[in-house]
Design a protein around this ligand. Structure first.
Ligand SMILES: C[S@@+](CC[C@H](N)C(=O)[O-])C[C@H]1O[C@@H](n2cnc3c(N)ncnc32)[C@H](O)[C@@H]1O
Length: 203
């Protein structure tokens, strides 16, 4: 599909989308908020006083959701893009793949954390195999980081696409975590190969 036709279809879909409308009404920065809310409704991974790392956080709706709905969270986020300030959040603008950013995130807490969540995705190319492969690599990086930094009862949530690296990622998750689930939130677009992996309780 040509790029301008692709963008035009995307704009039409956005305008019709009930989650886009709802997020605007409720003051959230992205429709992505409802994916995290639905994940949390099902798996109960967020609580008061939680320590959180938000990977690929911009524009910030996941962090907004936690900051608004739970008492006293402490969140650090990273994204290639900057984000507008959010209460209880410290943001790093940079590439998560760079080691010094990972070190800074670890040093920020100085101890193990409760939740590492990644909604990282590169700009989609329109080629679903390439998109799923690249997002799969980001998911593996995030999972390796989570295994280092999470406390024993911590949770790791990440976007992943159905595709060539899907089985490998699920197997990696099962190696390090006792509970591994794949979930497609109702608000995730039906025509997208997007899913989420929810890993809880380190082995
Ligand atoms: C789908 S958006 C995240 C939406 C976010 N969860 C929210 O609720 O607002 C994906 C983000 O991943 C970021 N991203 C992609 N690769 C990254 C990387 N290597 N390091 C940091 N952020 C990255 C992109 O810049 C983009 O903002």
């Amino acid at each position: 599909m040509k790029k301008n036709k692709f963008s035009k279809n995307w704009i039409i879909k956005q305008k019709r989308d009930i989650y886009v409308k709802k997020s605007k009404l409720e003051g959230y920065r992205s429709r992505a908020i409802y994916k995290l809310q639905e994940i949390n409704d099902k798996f109960k991974i967020i609580r008061n006083n939680i320590l959180v790392v938000d990977l690929g956080a911009a524009p910030g709706s996941w962090s907004q959701y936690i900051s608004r709905n739970f008492n006293n969270p402490k969140i650090i986020s990273i994204d290639l893009k900057d984000i507008e300030p959010i209460k209880n959040l410290v943001h790093i603008k940079g590439d998560f793949n760079e080691e010094h950013h990972k070190k800074n995130i670890q040093n920020f807490f100085g101890k193990k954390v409760d939740l590492i969540m990644s909604d990282m995705a590169v700009n989609t190319t329109g080629n679903k195999s390439i998109d799923s492969l690249v997002t799969g690599e980001l998911c593996i990086e995030a999972m390796n980081f989570a295994v280092e930094l999470l406390n024993k009862k911590g949770s790791f949530v990440s976007k992943l696409f159905m595709g060539s690296s899907f089985n490998e990622i699920v197997a990696l998750g099962k190696k390090s975590f006792k509970d591994v689930n794949i979930f497609k939130p109702p608000s995730s677009r039906k025509d997208s190969k997007e899913n989420f992996i929810i890993c809880r309780n380190l082995r």
